[in-house]
Design a protein around this ligand. Structure first.
Ligand SMILES: [Zn+2]
Length: 226
């Protein structure tokens, strides 16, 4: 299936006063500018969902074939995390992930796609927003809380955060990083121990670094990864 589902997590309400059981609500931010790898403008659509407890996104083409990011539950997550998810989903369009067959869930290629999308989101927050590093730090905290509340193993959360923090330090622009990803090629490596071949991007430096963190997730079989 040609879509990428982003994190669906519960948002803790423990910070609310008086032990209220209602969920915290936040203003929903304006969608960012997003252009895919073919130069098409990506639309953002808000979708009501009773199941979602925290901001989540999905990047795909709609029934008319137009590139779109669906936004779920944004009112339940702080603006910093909303922004991060918008950029993460946009990244799946920028890298062309949306137009390739979706790799098996939690496979190395899936994890690498997620790491790369996180990396692009981190670089865009850093470089395209005033005081972006602070906002990214807020997003990381909100993401950590959300993943913890949703029951992710700390190793999974730590690995993801570590990848994002490494990306934040990269001496490259978002455009430079994306161009590196687009210039890579896909390699199929038969894996006799698995039921499917392992599909790996050519090992250009960005991908190798991004892959390293998320291989942990694949190895430990975490699910629900973004
Ligand atoms: Zn993703």
């Amino acid at each position: 299936m040609r879509f990428i589902l982003t994190l669906i997590v519960l948002l803790s309400c423990s910070q609310m006063a008086h032990g209220q059981s209602t969920k915290a609500k936040f203003a929903v931010i304006a969608a960012p500018v997003c252009t895919n790898n073919l130069g098409q403008q990506v639309q953002f659509e808000t979708v009501a969902s009773a199941r979602v407890k925290s901001a989540a996104g999905m990047a795909r083409r709609d029934d008319a074939g137009l590139p779109v990011v669906y936004r779920f539950g944004y009112e339940f997550s702080p603006p910093a995390l909303q922004k991060f998810i918008d950029f993460h989903e946009c990244a799946h369009h920028q890298t062309g992930d949306v137009d390739r067959p979706h790799p098996p869930r939690n496979s190395p290629e899936h994890m690498m796609n997620e790491s790369i999308a996180d990396c692009i989101a981190a670089l865009r927050m850093r470089d395209e927003i005033d005081d972006g590093r602070s906002l990214l730090t807020e997003a990381i905290l909100a993401l950590t809380n959300a993943m913890t509340d949703a029951g992710f193993a700390s190793l999974t959360t730590d690995s993801r955060v570590s990848n994002i923090e490494n990306c934040m330090q990269k001496d490259t622009s978002p455009e430079g990083f994306i161009n590196g990803v687009l210039a890579s090629w896909i390699e199929v490596i038969p894996n006799p121990k698995a039921h499917h071949a392992t599909i790996v991007r050519s090992i250009f430096p960005q991908a190798r670094e991004a892959l390293r963190g998320h291989l942990f997730m694949a190895m430990f079989g975490q699910e629900g990864l973004i």
